[in-house]
Design a protein around this ligand. Structure first.
Ligand code: NDP
Ligand code: 2IT
Length: 444
């Protein structure tokens, strides 16, 4: 049995029930076969893959807090410190009822390669809780965040582990957590990114993941003789990533016609009115269906099905495994030419294989959504320097980073004889840097 298959089998046996983690590991290991086969003996002896798939550390803790009725609630809190070969652990915190250890391990594993691709000195980590922020008052969210940070603060630090936002964690939650960290440790340091602009946050971090997604998409289209202008775009989700992907796609002359949330999706044939979406989602914390109350020509459909809307470009920006093989076939049948992932692992493995086999240009999440964490690393640099860069300066750096990620993924794919396969390219390019750093640092 090949080394890659052997390690994958062990991962399945030793991490029972963690299906998303298995899926993420399999995708990476399969595309690394090209590289591993050439170095199998050495890698096997060094236990390289076994070390790569085992988190350095997982912290798991109780998060008790009091709700508005005086009732004590208890949630599970986690931080997966996956790999620190190239820098301090870096990666978001997710607050969603579906969160469990396996999901955070999949996200942490992806983060290792993504962060490597940015070219910046950041290792990979991920954390979160099964707390559901939906419908909670600001005071309840604060009580949860303070309790969560009381435990997490023991394990993080500006040069150790720097969390940020993910699903359910935006500026409000980062603010509450930062305040509690400072109060507990007495340190005013860049221990979290995605902070508000008045206390050490970076311009462009809010927009970064969505903007970065469209920058790399634009690069992929141009390299393949196409352009963003005039394209019809469908975007799932209506959170941080989806909103700023919409903004940048519109700025580049594309027409975004659909957005969604976990309840359903809207279709606006005239193009999404983004100011209204921002008002509904960022200010009122409402539902996407509220859009049609104010735009009567738009249509709301309950449930899934957003991928049945004809488009040239599809940008899944909600959550893992939200786009399956049937959806991929529907996209193709409707003439879709490119998919780029704003979310982490939104396409199932079968959907991914379908894109590659059917000539759909495909940029996987670990390259396509790396602009968020890259800009987080720029926030860390500014915090260390005690300086703030201008919007244009950060945006230009973000743009350059996305262009470089495209080039790394494209050239690694070409080097291994799979031109245009950005899945293999991104995995290989991300892997090479991490392995080099791990090897240099001995058996750790
Ligand atoms: P938000 O919480 O801001 O928005 C999430 C959006 O996705 C909401 O519209 C939400 O709908 C929808 N969604 C979440 N879970 C589900 C689900 N199980 N089924 C259907 N829809 C769902 O999160 P972000 O925009 O920050 O994150 C979106 C994706 O992007 C995630 O995969 C995240 O890991 C990834 N990502 C985020 C980065 C960032 O900087 N924020 C960076 C890189 C990747 P509802 O409100 O109904 O739950
Ligand atoms: O998945 C991700 O890359 C993020 N949620 C952003 C992480 C970060 O540290 O900015």
């Amino acid at each position: 049995m090949s080394y890659v298959d052997e390690v994958y089998d062990k991962v399945v046996k030793q991490n029972p029930g963690e299906v998303e983690f298995h899926q993420a590991v399999k995708e990476v290991l399969d595309s690394l076969k090209l590289v591993i086969d050439a170095n199998e003996e050495n890698y096997r002896k060094m236990g390289l893959l076994e070390r790569l798939v085992e988190p350095e550390r997982i912290i798991s803790f109780r998060v008790p807090w009091v709700d508005d009725h005086g009732q004590v609630q208890v949630n599970k809190g986690f931080r997966v410190q996956f790999n620190s070969a190239i820098g301090p652990y870096k990666g978001g915190l997710r607050l969603h009822p579906s969160v469990n250890q396996g999901i955070l391990k999949f996200l942490g594993f992806e983060q290792v390669f993504k962060n490597s691709l940015t070219g910046l000195p950041i290792g990979g980590g991920k954390g979160g809780s099964n707390f559901d922020p939906k419908g909670k008052s600001d005071r309840e969210v604060m009580a949860f965040c303070q309790s969560f940070m009381t435990e997490l603060s023991k394990y993080i630090g500006a040069d150790q582990d720097v969390p940020a936002g993910d699903i359910g964690v935006g500026a409000r939650e980062i603010g509450f957590m930062y305040g509690q960290y400072k109060r507990l440790t007495g340190l005013y340091e860049g221990v979290l990114t995605g902070k508000g602009l008045t206390y050490g946050g970076s311009l462009v971090r809010t927009q970064a993941t969505g903007y970065g997604l469209v920058y790399i998409l634009d690069e992929m289209l141009k390299d393949n003789g196409k352009e963003m202008a005039g394209k019809t775009v469908v975007i799932s989700g209506s959170g941080n990533v989806a909103i700023y992907a919409t903004e940048k796609a519109q700025q580049l002359g594309a027409k975004v016609v659909a957005l969604s949330d976990s309840s359903g999706y809207i279709y606006d044939k005239d193009g999404i009115k983004l100011d209204l979406v921002k008002e509904i989602k960022e200010v009122r914390r409402g539902r996407i269906k509220d859009y049609v109350d104010e735009v009567p020509t738009a249509v709301y459909t309950e449930g899934t099905g957003i991928w049945s809307i004809p488009c040239d470009v599809a940008l899944p920006c909600a959550t893992q495994n939200e786009l399956n093989l049937e959806d991929a076939k529907t996209l193709k049948a409707n003439g879709c030419l490119a998919v780029a992932e704003g979310a982490n692992m939104p396409s199932t493995r079968e959907a991914t294989d379908f894109y590659l086999e059917n000539g759909i240009l495909f940029m996987p999440g670990k390259a396509a959504n790396a602009g968020g964490v890259a800009t987080s690393a720029l926030e860390m640099s500014q915090n260390s320097q005690r300086l703030s860069w201008t919007f244009d300066e950060v945006d230009e750096r973000l743009h350059n980073i996305m262009v470089q990620i495209y080039e790394k993924a494209a050239s690694a794919a070409e080097r291994y004889g799979v031109k245009g396969n950005y899945v293999a390219g991104a995995n290989i390019a991300g892997f090479e840097k991490v392995v080099d750093a791990m090897t240099a640092q001995g058996i750790v």
